[in-house]
Structure formats: structure tokens, C-alpha cells
Design a protein around this ligand. Structure first.
Ligand SMILES: Nc1ncnc2c1ncn2[C@@H]1O[C@H](COP(=O)(O)OP(=O)(O)O)[C@@H](O)[C@H]1O
Ligand SMILES: [Mg+2]
Length: 149
């Protein structure tokens, strides 16, 4: 996953949580079945906020909650399936196999993976990489590699 897709590497300042939602909408507009977005960034960076925007953009009516304890949540009532994963509590790859991580990421939906750095070896290099950094003024710097947002 370390290969940089430099032709579409971008960096954006996202001032507020509402703007992060809007970025999620844009990601949803560009999403295609089978697409994988690997999110990294510290606790509270805004990963789940981005996913909420994506879900809204896909017309998913259910409220997105953080899948920290369940690891994977699947939503099927939108324009395409959304697989929302949070690997924060994953200790080893076996757990991921058990919960069907690989079947899902090679499935027909959009996979968005929080704490994707925990499964780097399992994520194909075609995945879009999104890195969120919290800046001192509270805004977020969002680097996107692999898709123009
Ligand atoms: N520019 C911003 N982008 C995203 N979230 C922001 C921003 N500014 C403030 N926030 C707040 O930061 C928190 C981010 O939480 P969350 O999305 O759950 O982070 P993560 O999933 O990365 O742990 C939310 O409470 C959100 O309202
Ligand atoms: Mg989160």
C-alpha cells in the first residue's frame, strides 16, 4: 500500500466538521462498487465524521455509528453497499479473517477502513489512501492519494 499514486495526490485544509461531511459527499459521488478507502489519522481526527458524510452522500438513511466494538458495519439501503470498518481494536490478522474482512473488501460495495494502518498488508495498493492530521488551529489537513476529491 506504500506505492504513491502521485498523479492524484492532493492536500486540502478542512476547517470544520461540516466541511468534512462535504468532503465525504464528494467521495460518495466518486465512489464505485469495489472501491476501498483506507483512512488513517489519530483518535478524533475526523475519520468517522468523513464516513458519515459519505453515507449521507450515498443516501444511506441509517445513522452511522463508530464500529469500534463490532469492527465492521454494513449498510445496504444506499446507492451502493457501504462497509464501514474500524480496526482500532484489532490485534492480529486472524481476527480479520474470522470476521470476513477480505470477502468484504473484495465485494461489491464501497469499503472505508478506519485505522487501516493496522492491516496494511491486507489492503490492495489500488486502495485510495486518506490521511487526516489535526492542525494546531483545530482544522484538519487531509491528504488524498489515488482519487481526485
Ligand atoms: N475540521 C474537522 N473535521 C472533522 N472533525 C472535526 C473538525 N473539527 C472538529 N471536528 C470534531 O472532531 C471530532 C472527530 O471525531 P471522529 O470523526 O469520531 O474522529 P475519528 O473517527 O478520527 O476518531 C468530531 O467531534 C468532530 O465534530
Ligand atoms: Mg472513528
Amino acid at each position: 500500500m506504500s506505492r504513491t499514486k502521485r498523479d492524484s495526490l492532493s492536500e486540502t485544509i478542512v476547517p470544520t466538521a461540516e466541511d468534512m461531511h462535504k468532503l465525504g459527499h464528494r467521495l460518495a459521488e466518486k465512489a464505485a462498487p469495489g472501491m476501498i478507502a483506507a483512512l488513517s489519522g489519530s483518535l478524533g481526527a475526523g475519520k468517522t465524521t468523513l464516513v458519515k458524510g459519505v453515507a449521507e452522500g450515498l443516501n444511506i438513511s441509517k445513522t452511522i455509528t463508530s464500529p469500534s466494538f463490532t469492527i465492521i458495519k454494513e449498510y445496504y439501503d444506499g446507492r451502493m453497499p457501504l462497509y464501514h470498518m474500524d480496526l482500532y481494536r484489532i490485534d492480529n490478522f486472524e481476527e480479520l479473517y474470522m470476521i470476513g474482512f477480505e470477502e468484504l473488501i473484495y465485494g461489491e460495495g464501497l469499503s472505508i477502513i478506519e485505522w487501516s494502518e493496522k492491516a496494511e498488508e491486507l489492503i490492495p495498493c489500488s486502495a485510495i489512501e486518506i490521511l487526516i492530521d489535526i492542525l494546531p488551529d483545530g482544522s484538519r489537513n487531509v491528504k488524498v492519494d489515488g482519487l481526485e476529491l
